[in-house]
Design a protein around this ligand. Structure first.
Ligand code: GLP
Length: 241
């Protein structure tokens, strides 16, 4: 794995954006795996600015998001589809039909998850997967477990994750208890992976994930085995590495 440290999260975002720029230039209709949370926001702002400056072109890019809350409609302000529209898609030239996010309202979750995997396969797989990391080491919504889930699936959210995400909802009760997420196998199949992590509160979990044993109890630890994995972080998050 490669670690890129930057003094600030804005500088870290520029380093991550360079990787995106390379992949999009190499293959204008590449498939990006995208993520939500606060960590990717500076990167998305940088990507928007670079398209405006004519440095990259999203018009042929395809994207598949990592996860979605079960039970939230795409127009719910806390849904991940809504987040992606607000923070990226509405500001770049990507075509709506070229963006997929798991359907939080799917009538049959298993069918939807299988179709999601199939779509990614039909697109030729993910060229560059973006990740954040939860305080318990989750990637997407793959929570600590006894095994690494392979494919896109429904998952129950742990209390620590619901509490961390409560800041976006008006009460803990409103935070969904389940979500749909790409599996760890879906993520690991990406050709390249980049994780963005900022702030002192991520320092401990980064150390556990990348300086400790590979275990499903720390889902992100499996990234140690990926052949092309880059961690981009600010000084505060990197302080225990
Ligand atoms: C959510 C998302 C994850 C994300 C994590 C960390 O739970 N499902 O994909 O990595 O939050 O979010 P943040 O970047 O806000 O710390």
């Amino acid at each position: 794995m490669k670690i890129l440290k930057a003094p600030t999260k804005e500088e870290a975002a520029r380093l991550a954006a360079d990787l995106f720029e390379d992949v999009i230039r190499e293959n204008p209709n590449c498939v990006l795996g995208l993520a939500t949370g606060s960590s990717p926001v500076p990167l998305y702002q940088e990507l928007i600015a670079r398209e405006k400056a004519g440095k990259i072109d999203f018009s042929a890019v395809r994207s598949a998001n990592l996860d979605e809350y079960k039970g939230l409609a795409p127009d719910h302000p806390q849904s991940y589809r809504y987040f992606m529209q607000e923070n990226l898609f509405d500001h770049i030239s990507i075509r709506p039909e070229n963006t997929i996010v798991p359907d939080g309202l799917a009538k049959d979750g298993e069918v939807m998850c299988a179709a999601y995997e199939e779509k990614i396969r039909a697109w030729g797989g993910i060229d560059l997967q973006l990740l954040g990391i939860g305080h318990d080491g989750h990637i997407g919504f793959n929570e600590p477990d006894t095994h690494f889930p392979r494919f896109t699936h429904e998952t129950a959210l742990l209390e620590i994750t619901r509490r961390a995400n409560q800041r976006f909802f008006s009460s803990l009760d409103e935070v969904p208890r389940a979500a749909y997420t790409m599996g760890v196998g879906t993520v690991m199949a990406a050709r390249r992976i980049v994780m963005v992590a900022n702030g002192e509160d991520k320092a401990e979990i980064l150390k556990k994930s990348f300086c400790g044993p590979v275990t499903p109890e720390v889902p992100a630890s499996i990234l140690q085995f990926h052949p092309d994995f880059t961690l981009v972080c600010d000084e505060a998050a990197a302080k225990l590495l």
